[in-house]
Design a protein around this ligand. Structure first.
Ligand code: GLY
Length: 428
């Protein structure tokens, strides 16, 4: 296995699928185009949903991209595991009613074992228990004792195209296992790393219904950072060249000790979040109190708070922008033109939050000290309304010392505030 940079892996993926007659497209924006069901693009297939459903004729029946993605559903895991991210990149190949399982599996295997030169003896796959076709195809490439049937091999993300999938795992070794007797392929721990998911998109999910699609399609997704961690033989995604230069810069600014677990987590959270922040702002998202603007605000404020954990007392996030752009200027050259405006959006938001951070933290720590295990909705609301603490942030800080927050109570305070604002508008 030859060392390759993240850029080299992305380019090798594109070259490979170009050689298989795919049209290679640039990543679509993180902001969905005319799709009210999504706040942000969270998978390579998401910008092409209408090609799968047949609503729009695809510009080619074979497309490959390396798509920018944001997922925040498990943001609290970011920095605490080797592989969770808010921003990540997903190289993927797509067939819209063209090739199907045979080619999708053959090419995934060829790319991983020939082009990436991964050790075949470390690869495992899973298939849906009722997908005998995928199982039989895999048998041509890999011994049967390396193929596992898992019921949850079905991929969907909200409403839209979905279907049974087959996943490819790389064994990072017994020393990465959680040690449970049940640990095996599909275990949530760090041993078996899912590097590629091949979805056989045969349904369109509408509410609770799975409507069969006219065409049989393919939608695949690699985790670029994960594959880079394997190729570069790093302990986690964070030590790859797609993240480590940011980590070095944060350590430089904060003098954090990367060997101290708490500080290491804080450094990793900030490194992850600043990539998301830079790429979201570059795609036109601005911090606000709603929708995708709120997602961005929450990520920025969470980064500032982890900066506080590291003892950083001044604005610092915009100082990380150059290093993020250095990593991503090759695939996303537009970042260079947007550098100054990205920095100024970040700086403004950070200053605004910092003005209240210390006082908010003091208040919150006092509330936690006195709490009986639950933080009242009214307190969560005060932290949000007066100090700019997103409730998710309050919840996360509280949970570090155990208390829960009263979410319904907070929601009620929010509802009352909106009602007051509405009444004020319609008052004579
Ligand atoms: N659409 C395939 C994946 O996100 O894994």
């Amino acid at each position: 296995m030859r060392y390759m940079t993240g850029n080299e892996i992305r380019n090798a993926f594109k070259d490979f699928f170009e050689s298989k007659n795919h049209m290679i497209l640039k990543s679509f924006s993180l902001v969905p185009d005319n799709d009210p069901t999504l706040l942000l693009i969270g998978a390579g297939m998401a910008p092409m949903k209408k090609y799968f459903t047949g609503e729009v004729e695809p510009i080619s029946r074979r497309i490959a991209t390396s798509q920018k993605c944001i997922r925040t559903g498990d943001i609290e895991n970011v920095g605490r595991t080797a592989r969770h991210h808010t921003f990540f990149e997903m190289p993927g190949n797509f067939s819209f009613g063209d090739y199907f399982k045979d080619e999708a599996i053959a090419w995934a295997w060829e790319f991983l074992t020939d082009v990436m030169d991964l050790d075949k003896n470390k690869l495992y796959v899973t298939v849906h228990p009722r997908d005998a076709e995928a199982y039989d195809i895999w048998k041509k490439y890999i011994a049967e004792d390396r193929i596992f049937k898992l019921e949850d091999n079905f991929w969907e993300i909200g409403d839209g195209p979905c279907g049974p999938d087959t996943e490819i795992f790389y064994d990072l070794g017994a020393d990465r296992s959680c040690g449970k007797p049940t640990c095996g392929v599909g275990c949530d721990c760090d041993r078996y790393l899912e590097v590629w998911n091949l979805v056989f998109t045969q349904f369109n999910k509408v509410g609770d219904e799975y409507v069969p699609l006219k065409n049989k399609n393919v939608d695949t997704g690699i985790g670029l950072e994960r594959l880079a961690s394997v190729i570069q033989q790093k302990e986690s995604n964070f030590e790859t060249d797609l993240l480590y230069p940011i980590i070095e810069k944060i350590i430089d600014i904060s003098e954090a000790d990367y060997n101290d677990p708490k500080q290491k987590t804080a450094v990793k959270v900030i490194a992850d979040h600043i990539r998301a922040v830079v790429l979201m702002i570059s795609d036109g998202v601005e911090p606000s109190n709603k929708d995708r603007g709120y997602v961005l605000r929450r990520i920025i404020r969470r980064s500032v708070r982890f900066g506080h954990v590291l003892g950083i007392e001044r604005t610092f996030l915009s100082n990380l922008v150059d290093v993020v752009i250095d990593i991503y200027r090759q695939p996303y050259p537009e970042l260079m033109d947007r550098k100054d405006s990205i920095k100024s959006v970040i700086e403004k938001e950070e200053k605004q939050f910092r003005a209240n951070l210390k006082a908010g933290m003091k208040l919150l720590n006092g509330i936690i000290d006195e709490s009986d295990g639950v933080i009242a909705g009214m307190s969560v609301f005060k932290l949000y309304d007066t100090y700019g603490f997103p409730p998710e942030l309050t919840e996360e800080i509280a949970q570090e010392r155990n208390p829960e927050i009263d979410r319904p109570g907070f929601n009620e305070c929010m509802r009352q505030q909106k009602e007051r604002a509405r009444n004020a508008r319609i008052a004579p």
